[in-house]
Design a protein around this ligand. Structure first.
Ligand code: PMP
Length: 296
């Protein structure tokens, strides 16, 4: 993620990552009370472009608002600063990590102040390029009865880490988390779609992070005339699907081979997910997706 030359933006200036200092009494360090984003940039024909930068910073602002973390930042400026971080590190295809952490406060009260970090590094496809073998996690996804699930809060990722470890310890590639009612929610770091009879389904908002990639996939479906429905999905329904994929900024669009060792019916290359994956790649590279087959 970094070396001795890495530059980050931290609290108003561009400094060496090795010189960025937190405080051991920072509230975020003790309680996971902070928020972050994950954004990607791409080398496109018209130069480096940060995909949906504004949307990510808007979500970061929302996350801070609902968590009562001071957000004295201007999102247009943060977009400009993000491009500068890329430039100073000679990065084109990169992952950007903005983080708003809280200043010292050992009480369980509202944040007293915030630090802002924007770091960037080269990061390949987060879940790899090969089809994933999923395991239903014994850990349930965080519930709206206890957490602000639509905010991207640091502490929420303890649940993600538990689920990922458990899946990998059992020889699977990734976890699938159910919500507290037992319906399909999302992966530890990505939203999920399934295909059934040429229609895509994805869990409705409520117990999931409203993914920016999920929204892009829905836009692509609209453009390509693919029907996409947001609804509650049971694990049984999921297991009977024709195909499935994860989507997220870091993971992009990645196909799923099986759930709990039960393979999906369609070959990935024949699935709607495969079309979406191609269209997503073109969209982030600001290319127009040429639709070859309309399989609706
Ligand atoms: N769900 C979770 C739990 C995530 O961590 C992510 C990654 N941010 C997503 C979904 C996908 O969100 P996005 O498409 O905005 O990256």
């Amino acid at each position: 993620y970094y070396n001795e030359n890495t530059i980050v933006y931290y609290n108003g200036s561009f400094i060496k990552a090795s010189e960025a200092r937190g405080n051991v009494y920072d509230q975020t360090l003790h309680y996971g009370y902070g928020v972050f984003e994950g954004i990607r940039s791409y080398a496109t024909e018209s130069g480096v472009q940060i995909f949906k930068a504004k949307e990510h910073f808007e979500r970061m602002k929302y996350s801070c608002e609902v968590m009562n973390i001071p957000y004295p930042y201007n999102n247009d400026e943060l977009v400009a600063i993000s491009y500068e971080v890329l430039k100073r590190n000679n990065l084109e295809n990169a992952y950007l990590r903005p983080l708003v952490s809280c200043t010292p406060n050992m009480s369980l009260t509202k944040a007293k102040g915030s630090h802002l970090l924007i770091a960037a590094w080269e990061w390949g496809a987060y879940l790899g390029e090969t089809l994933l073998r999923l395991k239903t996690s014994p850990f349930r996804r965080i519930t709206p009865a206890s957490f602000m699930v639509a905010a991207k809060v640091c502490g929420h990722y303890v649940n993600s880490i538990l689920a990922t470890q458990e899946a990998k310890d059992n020889g699977f590639d990734e976890a699938l988390l159910l919500d507290m009612e037992g319906f399909v929610a999302e992966g530890p770091g990505a939203n999920i779609f399934l295909e059934q009879d040429n229609i895509l389904y994805t869990p409705q908002l409520g117990s999931i992070l409203p993914g920016i990639t999920r929204a892009t996939v829905l836009e692509i479906c609209n453009d390509l005339g693919i029907e996409a429905i947001e609804k509650q999905i049971s694990p049984e329904e999921f297991k009977g699907a024709d195909s499935a994929f994860f989507c997220g900024t870091a993971a992009e669009v990645i196909g799923i081979e099986s759930l709990d060792s039960i393979p999906f019916k369609k070959n990935w290359k024949d699935s709607l997910g495969f079309l979406i994956q191609k269209a997503y790649k073109d969209r982030v590279l600001v290319k127009k997706f040429k639709q070859e087959v309309v399989s609706v």
